[in-house]
Design a protein around this ligand. Structure first.
Ligand code: SF4
Length: 145
């Protein structure tokens, strides 16, 4: 029997899936209906144990270098997340749309579930640390409600 030492502790859900599923002929634009290939790819990501870390890596790239479905978000969703978080660095949420806030909160929760602390999450999402703490507290409260 061959010992397998190099397999990661957690296997990504896209392991062995055709990469073309995640990169279609065109990405849906921000806020527009998703293409069917994007919905299929999102279903794969939804069961992935590495989704938060994968999303965090994807968000390191600039908006104009976002393509395909990565980390449980389409390119358009990641672009909107990056645009919103960078334009409104830490304070007023008055001009946030409800959808943008939801994506930011979801990203913060995923990063937290992957073991990142509020300060690091705030840095990655370009929002204030207190805001992240509020989101995480709200998520915990939802979990016990
Ligand atoms: S979250 Fe990332 S690693 Fe996981 S299935 Fe999606 S693209 Fe693959």
């Amino acid at each position: 029997m061959t010992a397998v030492h190099n397999l990661p502790a957690q296997v990504p859900a896209c392991w062995g899936v055709d990469p073309e599923l995640f990169f279609g002929p065109a990405d849906s634009a921000e806020g527009q209906p998703l293409f069917s290939w994007e919905r299929q790819a999102l279903r794969v990501c939804a069961s992935c144990p590495l989704q938060a870390a994968c999303l965090a890596e994807a968000l390191k790239f600039p908006r104009d270098e976002q393509y395909g479905v990565i980390g449980g978000m389409t390119a358009g969703q990641r672009q909107m997340l990056l645009r919103t978080s960078r334009r409104q660095p830490s304070r007023s949420s008055a001009t946030d749309t409800a959808r943008n806030r939801r994506w930011l909160m979801q990203a913060a929760v995923r990063l937290h579930q992957a073991g990142h602390g509020p300060r690091e999450i705030a840095g990655r999402l370009h929002v204030g640390e207190r805001r992240v703490q509020r989101w995480l507290a709200a998520h915990r409260a939802e979990g016990v409600a």
